[in-house]
Design a protein around this ligand. Structure first.
Ligand code: TRP
Ligand code: ZN
Length: 886
């Protein structure tokens, strides 16, 4: 690693700490930018109105951020500065002894055409676009590129006449003129914002337009800009946007503020989408949708991401983050907001199940490994590495807990206070909690630990029933395992929502002589706590952590018949699913540990049979979820040291067994749903979901009848959900190779001109659980449609293989680990953010038995020998050396 620290460009050991936060020494009142776009380069001229920050004591030198910029001219007011007057490093520009107040003029040259990192200003299929969050603006011009410096932006875009049909920036368009063969477009954003929310787009795009009348009666112009070929795939996003705007008015009283709201679809994008003020930029995968070429799951993702970015206008833009340690202030809150929106638009229980599944199978794993960090981290090397499931999903759970603790009315009052009090400011997570505290009058000091303490709390719950005194008691013991840099953990404030089921349904609850609702929240605040329920006439079945009321792991020793009762009767859909997961988990762990599992299997089979037979009695989408076995990733996380082949084998065998024994029920369910409604109604989607789940099971059985069924569905489908489910079923069934080959070919022929569908074609092959997939992946990487510079393609092949093909990625040879490391080293040369994200599965080595763990570490070590970006370096070094930077 010595050659690494000697690397001149990468300051490998620079750690930024929350404890070192200082207010900015200067403020930038106004930012005026002029972009001259030429074929080979872009010149960016800035005019910054700078003042000393009255809140800062020391300020002699102005130090601006800047990376990969070619300085062409620099002046303070009328005075041109010369090389002796300033100092440039690879990361900064320093001007000595500047006045109290001045205008800085600066021109730099940048090369968007050569920008493969997709950060700053870059080109994506002929279109210019920007991605500035978190610290990309400094690749556009010298600036105070930190979120607590908020400025009013004006942007002028100049290009050769006819070069671009569309030239956009934030805010309102002031003018659009021609002069000397050049087109000049002038934009102004009246709202102060940090540089990370700046955006610019120039390209040949078409636009879908609509309008929205806000609650106060203002008309807002809505635009979605795409390449002409995608014009017909914007309607769903537009409808979603209008729903989101309406929902935010109804639910949070938040109205949109500018006269126009623009969305641009971009093919090359490191993440899902970006909430730039008035000009959201979207990965095509999160905005384009058409029934013929988009699955139901993708439709729901579009709806969710459109809402997410739109909601950021208040939770993120109007009220923003003081520093990047507060990232969850905007992300956690916005994810909570978008998940509630999706729950209101679709099935609430199913949305909750999806979120919990993600949390358990990915966030809990992150929180138990070398990359574990609190919702508000204390230190980072590269902030891009902290756009994690912990910041987003656990952060959202923390907001959800607050909302539940306060109750909906108080929560709304508290968010009103938060948005009003901090409008136009850059604030902290603590400011947010403070509002919750003030409105509710509750002491949330212990609750605040959720922001500072990493790791997933474990609740061990035991119970006892005293028939003589008619008392039932629950004893809850909480413990949070150590995480890197945090060995001592304190007891958290955990809202544990419970109900008790008796023979006639939920029981009335009496605690301390107080009558409560049948569903009640227990405030667990101590390491060990016993809650006594009075006047309990029978031994009840506890329904624990209802609605997943806190991001914790619950351990309670359920009897099989208790689980069955909850599965069949619990009024909380999430709990029904969760009880089913527990039952399946019990069966699977017996199999993994080679223990007899007859009683458990019989109970599982009986329960599934009842549900399937009576499938019309419940929400089909929920049933589809309940049929699904726990994922391998999640199963692995339940072990101290998981054995990947054993887990995969147990799961595959159980799936086969279920299919064989329930074939009649599955088949009649499939047939009963064959003539369900088409279209995108919740009911139609739910029916497809359940039917395709049934098909997936049936395809576990080696029988031409089911293969024919799948082939038929594949060729007759009038929507992508059914077509793709059939394709996936065939490709993933080892006995269907012949049919799969044919279907893959037809599918490619049919969809080769739709990039997003080609990605699905890549993905379905990369996730095939049998055979020498690694070899086929090598071939896919050579395929004409593959492009290693496009993040969606990398996700479809490499990330899909590493994250969604548990069986083959964890092949005992370790070849897949080595393959991933090599790919990362290569990708890192072009796109460090992508390379770093692809590393995640290797950082989970600690989950596995030594054979696998050491092979994974070996792959990480081989990477550490290479010259790495700061992004990849941080993840590699932390995962190899369990000690944290904190
Ligand atoms: N703020 C974006 C969101 O809504 C996240 C994001 C988009 C991002 N692009 C990025 C973060 C690039 C880091 C780098 O969640
Ligand atoms: Zn976000």
């Amino acid at each position: 690693m010595s050659d690494l620290s000697a690397s001149p460009v990468i300051p490998v050991n620079t750690v930024t700490r929350l404890a070192d936060y200082r207010v900015p020494e200067f403020l930038i009142e106004k930012t005026h930018l002029t972009f001259e776009l030429y074929e080979e380069y872009t010149d960016v001229s800035s005019r910054l109105t700078i003042t000393r920050n009255p809140k800062s004591t020391k300020a002699d030198d102005l130090v601006l951020h800047g990376e990969q910029l070619e300085l062409r001219s620099l002046a303070i007011g009328e005075r041109t500065l010369h090389p002796g007057d300033y100092q440039i490093t690879p990361h900064s520009l320093t001007v000595r002894n500047v006045p109290e107040q001045f205008v800085l003029h600066c021109t730099v040259r940048i090369y968007p055409e050569k920008n493969t990192a997709l950060e700053g200003l870059y080109c994506s299929s002929g279109m210019y676009c920007t991605q500035c969050e978190a610290e990309g603006f400094r690749k556009i011009t010298y600036y105070l590129d930190r979120p607590d410096v908020m400025s009013e932006f004006e942007t002028v875009i100049i290009a050769r006449e006819g070069a671009f049909s569309t030239m956009l920036s934030n805010g309102n368009c002031l003018s659009d003129t021609m002069q000397d063969g050049k087109r000049i477009v002038h934009w102004h954003d009246p709202f102060k914002k940090p540089s990370y929310l700046f955006a610019l787009v120039a390209g040949n795009l078409v636009c879908l337009e609509d309008h929205f009348i806000t609650q106060s009666g203002r008309e807002v112009l809505l635009q979605i800009h795409t390449e002409a070929k995608d014009h017909d795939k914007c309607h769903f996003a537009m409808q979603s946007l209008k729903k989101a705007m309406h929902w935010d008015e109804q639910t949070y009283g938040r109205e949109y503020d500018l006269d126009r709201f623009m969305i641009v679809a971009v093919d090359d994008f490191n993440m899902g989408a970006m909430e730039n003020k008035g000009l959201n930029i979207f990965n095509t995968s999160c905005v384009l949708a058409h029934p013929a070429s988009t699955t139901d799951a993708a439709f729901q993702r579009v709806e969710g991401v459109i809402a997410h970015e739109y909601f950021h206008n208040w939770s993120g833009n109007r009220v923003t983050c003081r520093d990047w340690f507060q990232l969850s202030l905007k992300e956690g809150l916005t994810v909570y907001r978008d998940s509630e929106f999706s729950a209101d638009m679709n099935s609430r229980a199913v949305k909750r199940i999806e979120d919990v599944n993600l949390l358990r199978s990915v966030q809990f794993v992150e929180d138990a490994g070398p990359m574990a960090h609190p919702v508000r981290p204390d230190a980072y090397m590269e902030i891009s590495n902290f756009y994690t499931v912990t910041i987003y999903e656990k952060g959202a759970e923390v907001v959800r807990m607050l909302a539940n603790i306060l109750g909906s009315e108080r929560y709304r009052q508290a968010t009103d206070l938060y948005f009003d009090r901090f409008d136009g400011q850059a604030v902290t997570c603590d400011d947010f909690v403070q509002c919750m505290e003030e409105v509710s009058g509750r002491d949330l000091s212990q609750f605040r630990l959720w922001y500072s303490q990493a790791g997933t709390p474990q609740l061990h719950i035991s119970d006892s029933y005293d028939a003589d005194h008619q008392q039932y008691s629950l004893t809850v013991h909480q413990h949070t395992p150590a995480t890197p840099g945090q060995t001592e953990k304190k007891a958290l404030h955990i809202p544990l929502k419970v109900a008790l089921y008796g023979n006639q349904g939920a029981l009335a609850l009496i605690i301390d002589g107080q009558i409560r609702d049948a569903e009640t929240v227990l405030d667990i605040c101590q390491t060990q706590q016993t809650i006594v329920f009075e006047q309990v006439a029978e031994h009840p079945v506890p329904s624990l952590l209802r609605g997943f009321s806190a991001p914790v792991r619950v351990f309670y020793d359920y009897q099989l018949d208790q689980l069955q009762k909850l599965i069949l009767l619990d009024s909380d859909g999430f709990c029904r699913w969760d009880a089913m997961q527990s039952l399946m988990r019990i069966v699977l762990s017996k199999a993994i540990d080679n223990k007899g599992d007859h009683a458990e299997q019989a109970m599982l089979m009986d329960t599934l049979r009842r549900l399937l037979t009576d499938h019309t009695a419940m929400d089909a989408a929920l049933l589809a979820r309940m049929l699904e076995l726990p994922g391998e990733q999640y199963l692995a996380s339940l072990y101290d040291k998981a054995n990947p082949p054993a887990i995969n084998q147990a799961r595959t065998q159980l799936q086969h067994k279920l299919a064989t024994q329930l074939q009649t029920e599955l088949m009649s369910c499939y047939q009963a749903l064959q003539n369900s409604a088409s279209g995108l109604s919740a009911q139609a989607m739910a029916a497809r979901n359940l039917r395709n789940q049934a098909l997936m099971y049936l395809l576990q059985i080696d029988d031409t009848h089911y293969r024919d069924l799948a082939q038929q569905q594949f060729s007759q489908a009038d929507n992508m959900t059914d077509q793709f489910a059939a394709l996936r079923g065939l490709v993933h069934a080892e006995h269907a190779r012949i049919e799969a080959q044919a279907a893959l070919q037809v599918f490619y022929q049919q969809w080769q001109h739709e990039a997003l569908v080609v990605n699905m074609w890549f993905q379905v092959q990369a996730t095939r659980p049998w055979g020498n997939v690694l070899q086929e992946i090598q071939q896919l990487l050579q395929h004409a449609a593959f492009d290693a510079r496009n993040p969606n393609k990398l996700r479809a092949v490499i990330a899909a293989f590493a994250n969604q093909n548990f069986a083959r990625f964890h092949d005992s040879s370790g070849n897949a680990y080595q393959f991933l490391a090599e790919q990362i080293a290569d990708i890192d040369q072009r796109n460090p953010q992508m390379a770093s994200r692809l590393l995640t599965p290797l950082t989970h080595w600690h989950q596995f038995i030594d054979e696998h763990a050491s092979l994974m570490r070996k792959a990480l070590e081989s990477l550490s020998q290479r010259e790495l970006s700061k992004d990849v370096y941080e993840v590699v070094s932390k995962s190899l050396n369990e000690r944290n930077v904190g």
